[in-house]
Design a protein around this ligand. Structure first.
Ligand code: HOZ
Length: 431
């Protein structure tokens, strides 16, 4: 008997009347799987409950922040404590330095860091600083990487832009993207050719070192090294967008895992622990350009918001103290093996890239190394799989082209239940 979704459906109809598409961010609209989004009432640990009372094992984790699960006691206590002192002052607080120090102590490239309120703000600001530092205009990005909805970066973008088929958005003036060069991820030769032709004009190369926004796509051996070498050779700022991978694939992020240090890094999601936070930072000489230390302007009323800082500090401290990374990777490995075995048992072509606690089951026979190959995935099969798992009480990101996240709150029983649910669903899919 299908689960009841009446209350979610009613609320979606209500939202459609006042909010474009009924949602405040397109990726959550279920456009990639058809049907209507579930409205969430609450979360706890590894679970969500929707408005109709359905309990779901959550592999979205608010699209990445909830590495500790929902409502972690240390995080709740920190927010409650901060709340007693007020919500926003628009003036410096001690907590901003504390979070900055935690980030600098952990992320190899970070010598200085500026807090902002979202990943989009972080990447937008990092690009501006890289241009101000180098005095150059051109930037390189990679197809399928998503760096938020920054005008100059909405070119062949991943995430909701990919799912909804608008990888380059109307409303972005041609002038904003005229200096953006989009290349294929993992193609070091194409990157080298581009540098050979116009290296002296390129301010920055920005990439997700592990892509999460066309599904999880791993850097092939040598690719990150090539990015590093070419940027160093041409005086270009290498920016790792670690909004998703920061404090996720390792405590120090992908740059610590792969031992490649970029010049600048953008962060978000986990550093806010579920509150709206982004950050950008890097080499001290580059960050010295940021206003008011330097001439590159960037500002925000809610930047360094005390509640958000408290939530981020509690999350990072808990991660430092509990070091869940080996256990997260082991759980994810076991889950991925179970999902892969279940798909193989019924002859469903798939690949399942994973790193740390991020993974994507691609309905695609080929190893997905770039956007072109990702685009050949069977999205209709994914949609059936997605809805089948909802019926079995498992909540996945609503697109083939997103990362799934395992949290410290997922138990072995949750992993077993998910594998069992997937086995049932995969068996029932048309071949
Ligand atoms: N940018 C997020 C996915 N990679 C989606 C954000 C949302 O819709 O909440």
């Amino acid at each position: 008997m299908p689960i009841t979704r009446e209350r979610s459906q009613a609320q979606f109809q209500r939202a459609l009347k006042s909010i474009p598409g009924g949602v405040n961010s397109p990726a959550r609209a279920f456009g990639g799987v058809g049907g209507e989004p579930l409205f969430i009432q609450r979360g706890d640990g590894a679970y969500l409950w929707d408005l109709d009372g359905n309990k779901l094992i959550d592999f979205v984790g608010s699209w990445g922040p909830h590495i500790l699960g929902h409502r972690h006691p240390a995080v709740l206590a920190a927010i409650e404590d901060a709340l007693t002192r007020g919500t926003s002052f628009g003036a410096p607080t001690e907590s901003e330095s504390e979070l900055a120090e935690l980030v600098i102590a952990t992320v190899p490239s970070m010598q200085k860091v500026r807090m902002v309120s979202s990943g989009t703000e972080a990447t937008m600001s990092a690009i501006r600083v890289a241009r101000g530092f180098t005095g150059r205009d051109k930037i390189i990005k990679f197809a399928g990487c998503y760096h938020g909805h920054v005008d100059s970066l909405l070119v062949k973008a991943g995430s909701g832009a990919l799912t909804l088929g608008v990888p380059s958005s109307p409303g972005v003036p041609a002038g904003c993207t005229a200096d953006t060069i989009s290349l294929e991820f993992n193609d070091a030769n194409e990157l080298a050719d581009t540098f050979a032709k116009q290296g002296e004009k390129i301010a920055a190369v920005i990439l997700e070192p592990v892509v999460g926004n066309m599904g999880v796509v791993l850097p092939q051996p040598g690719f990150l090294e090539a990015c590093r070498e070419l940027c160093t050779k041409h005086g270009t700022v290498l920016i790792f967008d670690e909004v998703m991978t920061g404090f996720r694939v390792a405590f120090g992020g992908a740059q610590a895992l792969f031992k490649i240090t970029p010049d600048m890094t953008t962060l978000g999601k986990i550093i806010g622990g579920g509150m709206p936070v982004g950050a950008y930072g890097g080499r001290a000489d580059i960050m010295a350009k940021v206003s008011p230390a330097g001439p590159v302007y960037q500002a925000g009323t809610l930047s360094g918001n005390p509640l958000a800082m408290a939530c981020g500090i509690a999350t990072l401290r808990t991660l430092r103290e509990t070091n869940p990374y080996a256990s997260l990777a082991a759980k994810t490995e076991r889950l991925c093996r179970g999902l892969s075995d279940a798909a193989a048992a019924v002859g469903i072509a798939h690949t399942l890239p994973h790193v740390g606690s991020m993974f994507t089951l691609f309905f695609n026979p080929d190893l997905v190394t770039n956007n072109t190959i990702a685009g050949r995935s069977d999205t209709k099969r994914f949609a059936r799989y997605f809805w089948g798992l909802i019926e079995h009480g498992v909540y996945l990101p609503c697109s083939q082209f997103e990362a799934n996240f395992v949290s410290a709150a997922h138990s072995d029983a949750d992993i077993d239940a998910t594998i069992a649910a997937a086995r049932n669903v995969l068996q029932s899919l048309p071949k």
